[in-house]
Design a protein around this ligand. Structure first.
Ligand code: HPA
Length: 247
């Protein structure tokens, strides 16, 4: 059974090097997933891949069916999830082009379906989320970056915003005061749903721009983001190649 899933974000709608063995459409009680699960072999290891925004990159962050995605992965037998996500840099060391392995989350999203524990409960359920990311998987990513000589920030709080618009400078200033090192739109509720289903989950963030009001303080240009996404995702592929033997 395939135990590892990779959820690809913006710029990672397919996995180069994945020898596809089958595609699986999973029907879930929560509606449709972002697409069929792609099963295959990546650098000698079985993995399942899912493109979070859909294979044609058409689903915006607030419209992603996070519950269906996470439920489908668990249903197919997955135990560990590596989530890849493009983010903007807030903290000084979070410059575009680097990778970051966050260790904490602050959730600023709203009105997303963010729990499996709401209907038909025998008892009200609260999961522990003190450490939102699985430390063993995080260390695997960190060691992989070190051994592949990839420049990576090894900690940092991921601030999850609602999107799809980018933030104002004042919002980023507030997030910085809160302790956020990076900002993205898809980190939540994905991480919390994974925890609810006992999946080991960690994120490899790809810094693709300075957050609003950071860097030179100018407006954020999509062309610049696109260029950083491409180089960043090439780094993610290198990282995956390095960690697969240890998975
Ligand atoms: N803000 C929110 N999400 C993002 C950003 C950003 O600056 N860059 C990439 N995803």
């Amino acid at each position: 059974m395939t135990e590892l899933a990779i959820i690809g974000g913006t710029g990672l709608t397919s996995l180069k090097g994945l020898e596809i063995t089958r595609r699986e459409v999973v029907h879930t009680p929560y509606g449709e997933t972002s697409g069929p699960l792609t099963h295959g072999i990546l650098y000698g290891k079985e993995v399942v891949f899912l493109a979070r925004h859909g294979y044609g990159h058409t689903i915006p962050p607030h419209k992603i069916n996070y519950r269906a995605n996470i439920w489908s992965l668990q249903r197919t037998g997955v135990k560990k999830v590596i989530a890849v996500a493009a983010v903007g840099g807030i903290r000084d060391d979070m410059s575009p082009g680097r990778l970051a392995i966050p260790d904490q989350i602050i959730d600023y999203t709203w009105s997303r379906k963010n729990t499996f524990f709401e209907d038909g409960l025998v008892q009200v359920t609260h999961v522990d989320f003190t450490n939102p990311y699985d430390e063993e998987l995080r260390q695997l990513l960190i060691q992989g970056c070190r051994s592949a000589h990839l420049d990576a920030c090894e900690d940092g709080t991921y601030g999850a915003t609602q999107g799809p618009r980018l933030e104002t400078t004042a919002e980023i200033n507030r997030m910085e005061r809160d302790g956020c090192a990076m900002v993205g739109m898809t980190g939540m509720p994905e991480a919390a749903l994974a925890r609810e289903l006992d999946l080991h989950y960690a994120t490899c963030a790809v810094l693709v721009n300075w957050a609003a009001g950071r860097g030179d303080g100018g407006i954020i240009k999509m062309e610049d983001i696109q260029a950083s996404i491409k180089t960043g995702m090439d780094k993610v592929r290198t990282l995956l190649e390095h960690i697969m033997p240890q998975v």
